[in-house]
Design a protein around this ligand. Structure first.
Ligand SMILES: NC(=O)c1ccc[n+]([C@@H]2O[C@H](COP(=O)([O-])OP(=O)(O)OC[C@H]3O[C@@H](n4cnc5c(N)ncnc54)[C@H](OP(=O)(O)O)[C@@H]3O)[C@@H](O)[C@H]2O)c1
Length: 333
């Protein structure tokens, strides 16, 4: 094979916001798959907020990327060489390839996808990890009942857009929080939420009160910081908060000082963190549910695409600044 691989490596650990200097782009020979492995030509790379955490050398639910290693990430692509009987060249797959054009993976870590019913890239978004996160976080932890009010932050994004639409399908009042008028308009007019509050509008608490006249029964938190602190003051008795993400804090060097913890006590709020991998044995259940809603035209989905592996760093930096509008992807082929 004469083609070369191109990879984005972690060059240094960010202190505060990520910069392009934190990455190094290199050409390298394409790896040779061994027994039980496949070689995948990647077509789409998913950019996700968790990648910021992997750039830090701190203890978390998974180990950090080491300096000089290929940045982690999920891809969809096509098998070009297989040394495992379950895969053949031409199969479309979801793979843990990372930020590179070709990846060698253990066959056990690769999943076939059905690209006939939905575009392959959807398996990184609405039919992939973000969709699973929305499904299990909302239904298993949030346990919404029809008629209740569900609020979700980062509402136009990969996880948030699915949460609010599922809440509507379930018969709830869905209220989003998003950054800027264009995103808020999209959340209400395209996604069908009942209301959306602009967290950059300068009157978050007052606007949330107007959007949630009966208080809030389920809050799906993707952002943290001032958004979560404000939401703590909005919650009803026996309400539920899903702590899915704290993106406002990922670049911070100091933890945010929350001021409304008392609300958890007096309102008997159940607040639970979630990591989607804990539901990995039940992904099929969510895939079936999400796929059904998508096929029925009940789930709308939007992507934000940067082109070329060299632009992956820019894509992640933009995502962490809220510049993405929909699921952030890199088109590799
Ligand atoms: N726990 C899990 O298993 C799991 C799995 C997947 C994702 N997550 C978490 O879920 C959250 C959403 O992920 P996603 O992939 O769906 O990303 P996303 O919502 O598509 O994109 C991130 C969005 O976060 C918002 N944001 C960024 N910085 C912010 C800030 N300082 N203050 C307020 N909002 C900010 C921006 O939206 P606006 O412009 O609207 O503010 C941005 O578009 C992240 O926190 C992520 O870590 C967790």
């Amino acid at each position: 094979m004469t083609a070369m691989n191109r990879q984005v490596l972690l060059a240094s650990r960010p202190q505060g916001p990520v910069t392009e200097d934190n990455f190094r782009i290199v050409d390298a020979p394409i790896g040779e798959p061994g027994a039980g492995e496949v070689l995948v030509k990647n077509e789409w790379l998913s950019l996700d907020p968790y990648m910021r955490g992997r750039m830090n050398d701190v203890k978390s639910y998974v180990p950090p990327v080491r300096i000089g290693e290929v940045m982690v990430g999920q891809t969809v692509g096509e098998v070009v060489v297989s040394h495992d009987s379950r895969f053949a060249p031409g199969d479309k797959v979801l793979a843990p390839s990372g930020w590179q054009l070709y990846g060698v993976a253990k066959a056990d870590e690769v999943q076939k996808i059905d690209a006939r019913h939905a575009p392959a890239s959807y398996y990184l978004g609405v039919l992939g990890m973000p969709g699973m996160t929305a499904w299990f976080g909302l239904f298993d932890i949030g346990a919404p009942k029809a008629g209740e009010t569900v609020v979700v932050s980062a509402a136009s994004g990969a996880v948030g857009s699915v949460v609010g639409q599922l809440a509507k399908i379930h018969g709830c009042r869905a209220v989003g929080i998003a950054g800027g008028k264009a995103k808020c308009d999209y959340v209400v007019q395209e996604l069908g939420f009942d209301a959306c509050v602009d967290h950059k509008g300068g009157s978050l608490h007052r606007d949330l009160r107007a959007a949630c006249p009966n208080g809030v029964d389920v809050h799906f938190e993707n952002v943290g910081g001032v958004v979560l602190d404000t939401m703590l003051g909005m919650m009803n008795r026996f309400s539920r908060i899903i702590i899915c993400g704290l993106i406002a804090e990922y670049n911070a060097t100091e933890p945010y000082g929350y001021t409304r913890l008392r609300s958890v006590l007096v309102n008997r709020i159940r607040m639970q963190g979630m990591i989607v991998f804990d539901w990995k044995d039940r992904y099929g259940e969510a895939l079936q549910g999400l796929g059904g809603h998508l096929a029925a035209g009940k789930l709308k989905y939007r992507e934000s695409v940067v082109v070329g592996v060299d632009n992956a760093p820019k894509g992640l930096i933009g995502l962490l600044r809220g510049e993405n509008f929909g699921k952030q992807l890199v088109r590799l082929a």
